[in-house]
Design a binder for this molecule. Structure first.
Ligand code: 5GP
Length: 344
C-alpha cells in the first residue's frame, strides 16, 4: 500500500486570479484554435469544446447545432453506420464516430469510403487501464492512419503517455468526476479533475499528444479552469444535456409546470438495460452511473452561446487573446469557498 500526501484539486477548489488585460470586449477573443496532431495527418481548426458521447448528449441533432459554431460532437456509439451516413458533410468534419472495444472496429469498416469525411474517431471505455485497450488503439491507428483518434478514459500521467504511444492523438482524461457518475462511490476510484488535467496534460504535451478534460464541468467557469489547467479540449455531458436536440421525452409537472427530462450515465442500470439486456456478462457489471431528472433547457444553441460567452469573459479577465493563451495567463488560487450560495 502507498499513500500520496500531495493534495489534488477539483474545479471547485480553485479560482482563476484576474490579471491586467488589454481586451475590453469579449468579441476580441478568438476561441478557435488550429490543431496539428501527433499521429493523424489532418489539421483541425475549431473551438475545442466537445459534446460527450452519451446518448442523452452526443446525438446527431446536437452535432448539427454545435457544428455551426465549430465545436465538436462525439456521437454516442449506438448510432448505426446508416445513421452516420445521413450527416451533412459540413457537420461530419466536426464529429467523432465513437466505438468501444467490445463492439470492435467493424463499424468503422461499415462506413466505407465516407469515413474520410469524418475527422475524428473516439475510442471510449470506462476503464482505459487495460492492455487490451492499448492494443485496440494500436489496431485502429494502424488501420486508420489519417484519422484523429481520441481515446480514454484515464486520469494519470503514465497511462496518458501509454495511450498516446499506442496511437491516440488526444487522450480523454477523467475518471469519476462526471455528473451522472458514481464510480467514486461504487469503486472508490478517481482523481480530482483539475489536478488530473494538470498532470496528464504535462505528460501528453511532453510527447506531442493532447488531452481532453472529460467530466466535472458544472458551469462555464469550470470549462475555463480546465483550459487553465492546460486541457487542449474540454468535453461536456450534463451541461449540454436536456435540450430539444438530445432529449427524448419532456415531462411537465402538473402542479408547478416545471419541465424536466431524464439524464443518465452510460454505465447506469438505465443504459445497461437499454443496450446490454442480452449481454451474457451482465451479472458481473455493477452500475456506475445514475439516472437523474434535470431541467428541460430548450434550444441547445442558447446554452452553447452562454457557455462560450463565459469562456470569452475569462479571457478578458486574465488578458488572454486566444483560447490557447488561457493556460499561460492562468494563476489558480486555492479557496475554501468558491461561490456565494445564499440565493440558489
Ligand atoms: P459531465 O460533463 O456530465 O460532468 O460528465 C460527462 C462524462 O461523464 C462523460 O463524458 C463520461 O466520461 C462520464 N460518464 C458518463 N456516463 C457515466 C457513467 O455512467 N459512469 C461513469 N463513471 N462515468 C460516466
Amino acid at each position: 500500500m502507498h499513500i500520496e500526501n500531495e493534495v489534488k484539486y477539483d474545479f471547485s477548489d480553485v479560482l482563476i486570479k484576474p490579471k491586467r488585460s488589454y481586451y475590453t470586449s469579449r468579441k476580441e477573443v478568438d476561441l478557435e484554435r488550429e490543431f496539428k496532431f501527433k499521429w493523424s495527418e489532418k489539421i483541425w481548426k475549431g473551438v475545442p469544446v466537445a459534446a460527450s458521447n452519451m446518448d442523452t448528449v452526443g446525438t446527431i441533432g446536437s452535432a448539427n447545432v454545435l457544428s455551426k459554431h465549430n465545436t465538436l460532437t462525439c456521437l454516442h456509439k449506438f448510432h448505426t453506420s446508416e445513421d452516420l451516413q445521413q450527416i451533412p458533410a459540413a457537420v461530419k468534419k466536426n464529429v467523432a464516430i465513437t466505438i468501444g472495444v467490445a463492439e470492435g472496429i467493424q463499424k468503422l469498416y461499415e462506413i466505407g469510403e465516407q469515413i474520410n469525411d469524418f475527422n475524428f474517431i473516439c475510442i471510449d471505455v470506462a476503464n482505459g487501464y487495460t492492455e487490451q485497450f492499448s492494443d485496440f488503439i494500436r489496431q485502429v491507428r494502424s488501420e486508420f492512419k489519417e484519422m484523429i483518434i481520441i481515446a480514454g478514459n484515464v486520469c494519470t500521467p503514465e497511462m496518458t503517455e501509454q495511450l498516446i504511444l499506442s496511437g491516440a492523438d488526444i487522450v480523454k482524461v477523467g475518471i469519476g468526476g462526471g455528473s451522472a457518475c458514481i464510480t467514486r462511490k461504487v469503486a472508490g476510484v478517481g482523481i480530482p479533475q483539475l489536478s488530473a488535467v494538470i498532470d496528464c496534460s504535462d505528460a501528453a504535451h511532453g510527447i506531442g499528444g493532447m488531452v481532453m478534460s472529460d467530466g466535472g464541468c458544472t458551469c462555464s467557469g469550470d470549462i475555463s479552469k480546465a483550459f487553465g489547467a492546460n486541457a487542449d479540449f474540454v468535453m461536456l455531458g450534463g451541461l449540454l444535456a436536456g435540450h430539444d436536440e438530445n432529449s427524448r421525452k419532456v415531462t411537465e409537472n402538473e402542479n408547478t409546470g416545471e419541465k424536466t427530462v431524464e439524464f443518465y450515465g452510460m454505465a447506469s442500470s438505465t443504459a445497461l438495460d437499454k443496450y446490454y439486456s442480452n449481454d451474457k456478462g451482465k451479472e458481473y457489471k455493477a452500475s456506475e452511473g445514475k439516472l437523474v431528472s434535470i431541467p428541460y433547457k430548450g434550444a441547445l444553441e442558447d446554452t452553447l452561446l452562454d457557455l462560450l460567452g463565459g469562456l470569452r469573459s475569462t479571457c478578458t479577465y486574465i488578458g488572454a487573446k486566444k483560447i490557447k493563451d488561457i493556460s499561460k495567463c492562468t494563476t489558480f488560487v486555492c479557496v475554501n469557498n468558491q461561490l456565494n450560495n445564499i440565493y440558489k
